[in-house]
Design a protein around this ligand. Sequence first.
Ligand SMILES: C[S@@+](CC[C@H](N)C(=O)[O-])C[C@H]1O[C@@H](n2cnc3c(N)ncnc32)[C@H](O)[C@@H]1O
Length: 269
Amino acid sequence: MINIHFIKHFIKHYWSATRIDVLHSPFIFDLYNICIKPKKTNADFIAIENLRVQLKNDNRIITQKDLGAGSNISNTKQKTIKQFATQHAKSKRLAQIIYRLIEHYRFKNIIELGTSLGMSACYEAAALKKNFTSPEIQFTTIEGAEEIAQVASENFKQLNLEKYITQHTGNFDDVLPEILKNYQQIDMAFVDGNHRYEPTIKYFHQFISKTHNESMLIFDDIYWSEEMTKAWEEIKQHPQVKVTVDLFFIGLVFFRKEQVKEHFILRVF
Ligand SMILES: C[S@@+](CC[C@H](N)C(=O)[O-])C[C@H]1O[C@@H](n2cnc3c(N)ncnc32)[C@H](O)[C@@H]1O
Protein backbone atom coordinates (compact mmCIF):
# COMPACT_ATOMS: atom_id res chain seq x y z
CA MET A 1 0.00 0.00 0.00
CA ILE A 2 1.33 3.46 -0.91
CA ASN A 3 2.14 5.55 2.17
CA ILE A 4 0.93 9.02 1.11
CA HIS A 5 1.95 10.58 4.44
CA PHE A 6 5.53 9.33 3.97
CA ILE A 7 5.79 10.50 0.35
CA LYS A 8 4.29 13.93 1.11
CA HIS A 9 6.78 14.49 3.92
CA PHE A 10 9.68 13.15 1.87
CA ILE A 11 9.07 15.81 -0.79
CA LYS A 12 8.62 18.51 1.88
CA HIS A 13 11.84 17.40 3.60
CA TYR A 14 13.79 17.50 0.35
CA TRP A 15 12.76 21.10 -0.38
CA SER A 16 13.02 22.46 3.16
CA ALA A 17 16.44 20.95 4.03
CA THR A 18 18.85 23.36 5.73
CA ARG A 19 21.56 24.66 3.34
CA ILE A 20 24.90 23.36 4.54
CA ASP A 21 26.85 26.38 3.22
CA VAL A 22 24.90 28.74 5.47
CA LEU A 23 24.95 26.59 8.62
CA HIS A 24 25.68 29.03 11.42
CA SER A 25 25.74 26.58 14.32
CA PRO A 26 29.29 25.21 14.98
CA PHE A 27 27.74 22.22 16.74
CA ILE A 28 25.62 21.27 13.73
CA PHE A 29 28.42 22.15 11.30
CA ASP A 30 30.69 19.59 13.03
CA LEU A 31 27.93 17.03 13.35
CA TYR A 32 27.25 17.28 9.62
CA ASN A 33 30.86 17.22 8.48
CA ILE A 34 32.11 14.56 10.88
CA CYS A 35 29.13 12.24 11.28
CA ILE A 36 26.73 12.70 8.36
CA LYS A 37 28.66 13.72 5.26
CA PRO A 38 31.50 11.11 5.24
CA LYS A 39 30.96 7.97 3.18
CA LYS A 40 34.36 6.36 3.66
CA THR A 41 34.35 2.68 4.55
CA ASN A 42 36.45 0.86 7.16
CA ALA A 43 37.12 -2.69 8.39
CA ASP A 44 34.10 -2.64 10.77
CA PHE A 45 31.73 -1.56 7.98
CA ILE A 46 33.05 -4.25 5.63
CA ALA A 47 32.61 -7.02 8.25
CA ILE A 48 29.05 -5.90 9.14
CA GLU A 49 27.99 -5.46 5.52
CA ASN A 50 29.34 -8.95 4.74
CA LEU A 51 27.08 -10.22 7.50
CA ARG A 52 24.14 -8.36 5.90
CA VAL A 53 24.84 -10.13 2.59
CA GLN A 54 24.90 -13.48 4.40
CA LEU A 55 21.55 -12.70 6.13
CA LYS A 56 20.00 -11.60 2.84
CA ASN A 57 20.74 -15.09 1.52
CA ASP A 58 19.42 -16.95 4.57
CA ASN A 59 16.15 -18.74 3.85
CA ARG A 60 15.55 -20.08 7.37
CA ILE A 61 12.02 -19.25 8.53
CA ILE A 62 11.51 -17.52 11.86
CA THR A 63 8.40 -16.52 13.77
CA GLN A 64 7.90 -13.02 15.12
CA LYS A 65 5.24 -12.21 17.67
CA ASP A 66 4.51 -8.65 16.65
CA LEU A 67 4.52 -6.36 19.67
CA GLY A 68 4.90 -3.11 17.81
CA ALA A 69 2.99 -0.96 15.36
CA GLY A 70 0.94 -3.23 13.16
CA SER A 71 0.24 -5.69 15.97
CA ASN A 72 -3.46 -5.05 15.47
CA ILE A 73 -3.15 -6.37 11.92
CA SER A 74 -1.56 -9.74 12.62
CA ASN A 75 -0.22 -11.03 15.88
CA THR A 76 2.41 -13.44 14.57
CA LYS A 77 4.44 -13.21 11.38
CA GLN A 78 6.48 -15.92 9.76
CA LYS A 79 9.25 -14.67 7.54
CA THR A 80 12.60 -15.76 6.28
CA ILE A 81 15.73 -14.22 7.78
CA LYS A 82 16.31 -12.85 4.29
CA GLN A 83 13.01 -10.88 4.54
CA PHE A 84 13.84 -9.50 8.01
CA ALA A 85 17.29 -8.45 6.77
CA THR A 86 15.82 -6.76 3.70
CA GLN A 87 12.79 -5.09 5.27
CA HIS A 88 13.69 -4.24 8.87
CA ALA A 89 17.42 -3.70 9.26
CA LYS A 90 18.68 -0.13 9.27
CA SER A 91 20.22 0.83 5.95
CA LYS A 92 24.00 0.89 5.59
CA ARG A 93 24.00 4.69 5.23
CA LEU A 94 21.96 5.36 8.39
CA ALA A 95 23.70 2.69 10.47
CA GLN A 96 27.08 4.17 9.53
CA ILE A 97 25.91 7.65 10.55
CA ILE A 98 24.90 6.23 13.95
CA TYR A 99 28.33 4.55 14.22
CA ARG A 100 30.09 7.89 13.57
CA LEU A 101 27.85 9.70 16.08
CA ILE A 102 28.78 7.18 18.80
CA GLU A 103 32.45 7.36 17.89
CA HIS A 104 32.60 11.15 17.66
CA TYR A 105 30.63 12.00 20.81
CA ARG A 106 32.22 9.11 22.75
CA PHE A 107 28.86 7.78 23.92
CA LYS A 108 29.26 4.71 26.12
CA ASN A 109 25.97 4.20 27.99
CA ILE A 110 23.49 3.20 25.32
CA ILE A 111 20.06 1.57 25.08
CA GLU A 112 18.51 0.35 21.84
CA LEU A 113 14.82 -0.56 21.53
CA GLY A 114 14.46 -3.05 18.65
CA THR A 115 17.37 -5.45 18.07
CA SER A 116 15.83 -7.46 15.24
CA LEU A 117 18.73 -9.37 13.61
CA GLY A 118 21.23 -7.06 15.29
CA MET A 119 22.46 -5.05 12.30
CA SER A 120 22.28 -1.63 13.98
CA ALA A 121 23.51 -3.14 17.27
CA CYS A 122 26.60 -4.47 15.47
CA TYR A 123 27.35 -0.95 14.21
CA GLU A 124 26.77 0.51 17.69
CA ALA A 125 28.95 -2.10 19.40
CA ALA A 126 31.73 -1.73 16.81
CA ALA A 127 31.77 2.04 17.39
CA LEU A 128 31.85 1.57 21.18
CA LYS A 129 34.74 -0.87 20.83
CA LYS A 130 36.82 1.82 19.11
CA ASN A 131 36.78 4.12 22.16
CA PHE A 132 36.35 1.85 25.17
CA THR A 133 37.05 -1.55 26.68
CA SER A 134 34.04 -3.76 27.35
CA PRO A 135 33.85 -3.15 31.17
CA GLU A 136 33.60 0.61 30.53
CA ILE A 137 30.57 0.16 28.28
CA GLN A 138 26.90 -0.26 29.11
CA PHE A 139 25.07 -1.16 25.91
CA THR A 140 21.70 -2.90 26.11
CA THR A 141 19.55 -3.87 23.16
CA ILE A 142 15.97 -5.12 23.62
CA GLU A 143 13.92 -7.35 21.32
CA GLY A 144 10.46 -8.82 21.86
CA ALA A 145 10.65 -11.65 19.36
CA GLU A 146 12.66 -14.52 20.84
CA GLU A 147 13.59 -16.32 17.62
CA ILE A 148 14.92 -13.12 16.06
CA ALA A 149 16.88 -12.27 19.22
CA GLN A 150 18.45 -15.73 18.98
CA VAL A 151 19.68 -15.03 15.44
CA ALA A 152 21.00 -11.63 16.60
CA SER A 153 22.95 -13.38 19.33
CA GLU A 154 24.58 -15.68 16.73
CA ASN A 155 25.43 -12.60 14.65
CA PHE A 156 27.11 -10.82 17.58
CA LYS A 157 29.24 -13.92 18.20
CA GLN A 158 30.17 -14.21 14.54
CA LEU A 159 31.58 -10.67 14.59
CA ASN A 160 33.18 -11.08 18.05
CA LEU A 161 31.02 -8.28 19.43
CA GLU A 162 29.10 -10.26 22.06
CA LYS A 163 31.10 -8.97 25.02
CA TYR A 164 30.10 -5.37 24.17
CA ILE A 165 26.36 -6.09 24.00
CA THR A 166 23.80 -7.01 26.65
CA GLN A 167 20.71 -8.54 25.03
CA HIS A 168 17.27 -8.54 26.65
CA THR A 169 14.27 -10.36 25.29
CA GLY A 170 10.86 -9.01 26.21
CA ASN A 171 8.32 -6.31 25.58
CA PHE A 172 9.92 -2.83 25.84
CA ASP A 173 7.04 -1.80 28.10
CA ASP A 174 7.93 -4.47 30.67
CA VAL A 175 11.71 -4.60 30.32
CA LEU A 176 12.74 -0.95 29.88
CA PRO A 177 11.79 0.35 33.37
CA GLU A 178 13.88 -2.42 34.98
CA ILE A 179 16.85 -1.84 32.67
CA LEU A 180 16.78 1.89 33.31
CA LYS A 181 17.24 1.24 37.03
CA ASN A 182 20.69 -0.18 36.20
CA TYR A 183 21.75 2.93 34.31
CA GLN A 184 23.04 5.91 36.25
CA GLN A 185 22.77 7.96 33.09
CA ILE A 186 22.16 7.47 29.39
CA ASP A 187 24.40 8.97 26.71
CA MET A 188 22.36 7.67 23.80
CA ALA A 189 19.11 5.80 23.20
CA PHE A 190 17.85 4.54 19.86
CA VAL A 191 14.10 3.94 19.58
CA ASP A 192 13.73 1.57 16.61
CA GLY A 193 10.53 -0.33 17.32
CA ASN A 194 6.88 0.06 18.34
CA HIS A 195 6.37 3.07 16.09
CA ARG A 196 3.17 4.49 17.54
CA TYR A 197 2.40 7.79 19.20
CA GLU A 198 1.78 6.72 22.79
CA PRO A 199 4.67 4.28 23.27
CA THR A 200 7.09 6.67 21.53
CA ILE A 201 6.17 9.52 23.88
CA LYS A 202 6.32 7.15 26.86
CA TYR A 203 9.82 5.94 25.92
CA PHE A 204 10.93 9.55 25.39
CA HIS A 205 9.84 10.44 28.95
CA GLN A 206 11.47 7.32 30.38
CA PHE A 207 14.75 8.16 28.66
CA ILE A 208 14.85 11.84 29.62
CA SER A 209 14.75 10.86 33.28
CA LYS A 210 18.33 9.57 32.70
CA THR A 211 19.75 11.89 30.03
CA HIS A 212 22.34 14.63 30.66
CA ASN A 213 23.47 17.74 28.81
CA GLU A 214 25.49 15.83 26.19
CA SER A 215 23.03 12.98 25.60
CA MET A 216 21.36 12.21 22.30
CA LEU A 217 18.15 10.31 21.53
CA ILE A 218 17.40 8.85 18.11
CA PHE A 219 13.87 8.17 16.90
CA ASP A 220 13.37 6.03 13.84
CA ASP A 221 10.59 6.36 11.23
CA ILE A 222 9.44 9.81 12.27
CA TYR A 223 7.46 10.18 9.01
CA TRP A 224 6.22 6.60 8.79
CA SER A 225 2.72 7.57 9.93
CA GLU A 226 0.72 10.56 11.13
CA GLU A 227 1.01 9.42 14.71
CA MET A 228 4.81 9.11 14.49
CA THR A 229 5.05 12.61 13.02
CA LYS A 230 2.78 13.88 15.81
CA ALA A 231 5.10 12.25 18.37
CA TRP A 232 8.17 13.79 16.67
CA GLU A 233 6.61 17.28 16.68
CA GLU A 234 5.73 16.93 20.36
CA ILE A 235 9.25 15.78 21.23
CA LYS A 236 10.67 18.82 19.40
CA GLN A 237 8.51 21.15 21.48
CA HIS A 238 9.47 19.62 24.84
CA PRO A 239 11.15 22.30 27.04
CA GLN A 240 14.22 20.12 27.76
CA VAL A 241 14.87 19.57 24.05
CA LYS A 242 17.19 22.21 22.59
CA VAL A 243 18.38 21.02 19.18
CA THR A 244 16.84 18.48 16.83
CA VAL A 245 18.23 17.18 13.55
CA ASP A 246 15.69 15.76 11.15
CA LEU A 247 17.33 13.29 8.74
CA PHE A 248 13.87 12.25 7.50
CA PHE A 249 14.35 8.53 8.24
CA ILE A 250 15.58 9.22 11.76
CA GLY A 251 15.41 12.23 14.08
CA LEU A 252 18.19 13.21 16.49
CA VAL A 253 17.41 14.98 19.76
CA PHE A 254 19.89 16.98 21.86
CA PHE A 255 19.53 18.66 25.26
CA ARG A 256 22.53 21.02 25.26
CA LYS A 257 21.48 23.93 27.48
CA GLU A 258 24.06 26.25 25.91
CA GLN A 259 22.32 26.06 22.49
CA VAL A 260 19.37 28.16 21.39
CA LYS A 261 16.34 26.05 20.63
CA GLU A 262 16.59 25.19 16.95
CA HIS A 263 15.43 22.47 14.56
CA PHE A 264 17.59 21.48 11.60
CA ILE A 265 16.61 19.48 8.54
CA LEU A 266 19.52 17.76 6.80
CA ARG A 267 19.59 15.53 3.74
CA VAL A 268 21.39 12.21 4.00
CA PHE A 269 20.75 10.79 0.53
C1 LIG B 1 12.77 -2.10 12.81
S1 LIG B 1 13.14 -3.50 13.76
C2 LIG B 1 14.71 -3.08 14.46
C3 LIG B 1 15.81 -3.06 13.46
C4 LIG B 1 17.21 -3.02 14.05
N1 LIG B 1 17.38 -1.91 14.95
C5 LIG B 1 18.23 -2.92 12.95
O1 LIG B 1 18.43 -1.82 12.40
O2 LIG B 1 18.82 -3.94 12.59
C6 LIG B 1 12.07 -3.31 15.14
C7 LIG B 1 12.10 -4.49 16.10
O3 LIG B 1 11.44 -4.09 17.30
C8 LIG B 1 10.71 -5.18 17.83
N2 LIG B 1 9.61 -4.63 18.64
C9 LIG B 1 8.61 -3.82 18.22
N3 LIG B 1 7.82 -3.48 19.25
C10 LIG B 1 8.32 -4.08 20.35
C11 LIG B 1 7.96 -4.09 21.74
N4 LIG B 1 6.90 -3.41 22.19
N5 LIG B 1 8.73 -4.81 22.59
C12 LIG B 1 9.80 -5.50 22.13
N6 LIG B 1 10.21 -5.54 20.84
C13 LIG B 1 9.47 -4.82 19.97
C14 LIG B 1 10.25 -5.98 16.62
O4 LIG B 1 10.06 -7.33 16.96
C15 LIG B 1 11.38 -5.73 15.62
O5 LIG B 1 12.27 -6.82 15.59
